[in-house]
Design a protein around this ligand. Sequence first.
Ligand code: SF4
Length: 97
Amino acid sequence: MRMKNKISRRNVLKSLAALPVIAVAGYHASASAAPMVTADDAVAKALAYTDKSATAGQSCANCKLYQGGTAASGPCPLFPGKEVAAAGWCKSWVTKG
Ligand code: SF4
């Protein structure tokens, strides 16, 4: 009887120890799963967003609002829940300053 309780307690502790790892792995998986902004997006149309900037010296990568760091794509507050291309551009481009 006493032995059974020890095994049970050990199994419970092992299960609890694994939970944070699963939670963190799940968070990263969902964070990187944000869809890209597409040309048919209503906000993209309104802001003339393109995933390939045609404006010299301006792209999402060097826009103050870009939150992707040095990544090829990342979040922009103008497109909640989606990602823009670092090489992209829109009419709301803001210089980093
Ligand atoms: S505001 Fe426009 S140019 Fe700046 S990161 Fe967002 S989509 Fe790109």
